[in-house]
Design a protein around this ligand. Structure first.
Ligand code: FE
Length: 343
């Protein structure tokens, strides 16, 4: 059985990886190595990689860190980059990795259920995540809000909490809206939303949920796995999360905003065979079940059961947009958000 070597993503990045590799080579003369840059946190990814390493007799060198920093690192390393596999969240980042020339086509034969992938197969989705509206049901009556567009109504002035426009989840959401609604309507939506902000955007998705319960606002936008994680955390988080209700927006038209987490083979990967085998593994039953039950993300394999927390949030229709276009429109989306005053 081979081991996984972890390199903590410190500010002196190159040093952390060299040390990781050196220790791997010193203790293991494995012919099979796999170098992974992962923006998913170690606790989420390590148990899966342990299983893969054991099954395939491979030494995995894992570097975890912030997605943008990992991509910048791969870019600066260029053709000398040791990275074989890039794992990250958000289609905006996967698309950025491709457009910066950091990826190559996946050669693994993908399962039939795979539909969310780059047209040239430079990345494939491992999970999906949705960004519905979350409300305080004591303040908002059932059926009062059914669409993202409802958030612009004058009665919600000073009642909406959203995180900053620097956050890629919001950028991708606005990019998807651009594709479906066009520039004028998207700008009008963003402006209307800003008009109803309860406060200057700050904090992460969990903070927006907490703000709803604290009475700072009555409405928030957040990814479901944050609410699900809070419902499975300490008693205080559970108590907060249980006071918030999910509203699945736009169910009679374009659907709730959809995003993904995904995986790609790095452009200058040395270990492409084992890298492609890892992709097959990550789309397999074991890994899909892990993501669904542990991180409360929606598995891309429809045969895998959702976590009971996600099941309790109900079923829904997601928007159907070309995800690579969402990635490509990221910069344009940010321009629109800037114009709208979304800080
Ligand atoms: Fe997240």
């Amino acid at each position: 059985m081979r081991k996984i070597v972890f390199g903590l993503f410190a500010s002196v990045l190159s040093i952390s990886f060299v040390a990781t590799n050196a220790s791997a080579n010193a203790t293991e003369a494995s012919p099979q190595q796999l170098n992974i840059y992962s923006a998913r946190n170690e606790a989420l990814i390590k148990p899966l990689l342990d299983q893969f390493a054991a099954q395939h007799d491979v030494t995995i060198n894992l570097v975890t860190g912030k997605a943008d920093a990992l991509l910048a690192r791969a870019k600066s390393e260029g053709r000398f980059s040791p990275v074989d596999i890039i794992i990250t969240t958000d289609v905006g980042r996967l698309s950025r990795a491709k457009s910066q020339g950091l990826t190559q086509p996946i050669t693994a034969v993908l399962p039939d259920f795979v539909t969310l992938q780059d047209p040239q197969q430079h990345w494939v989705a491992l999970t999906t995540r949705n960004r519905p509206i979350m409300i305080n049901p004591k303040k908002i009556a059932p059926g009062e809000i059914t669409r993202y567009e409802d958030l612009l109504k004058p009665e919600y002035k000073g009642r909406v909490c959203v995180r900053s426009s620097t956050n890629i989840y919001n950028q991708s959401m606005v990019a998807a809206m651009l594709i479906q609604q066009g520039e004028a309507l998207t700008l009008a939506w963003a402006k209307g939303l800003v008009d109803n902000f309860a406060r200057r955007p700050k904090g992460g998705d969990r903070d927006q949920i907490k703000a709803v319960v604290a009475g700072v606002c009555d409405i928030a936008l957040a990814n479901t796995y944050y609410l699900a994680a809070m419902r499975n955390a300490d008693a205080e988080s559970v108590a907060i999360a249980n006071q918030v209700k999910v509203v699945w927006p736009n169910q009679s038209d374009r659907g709730v905003h959809l995003n993904i987490s995904g995986i790609a083979v790095a452009k200058y990967a040395q270990n492409t065979d084992i890298a492609n085998q890892l992709i097959t593994f990550m789309l397999g039953q074991q890994a899909q079940d892990w993501y669904a039950k542990t991180n409360h993300e929606y598995p891309v394999d429809p045969k895998i059961e959702w976590s009971s927390t996600l099941q309790a949030m109900g079923t829904f229709t997601s928007e159907n947009v070309e995800l690579n276009q969402v990635g490509e429109l990221n910069a344009k989306a940010l321009q629109i958000m800037d114009k709208s005053g979304w800080q």
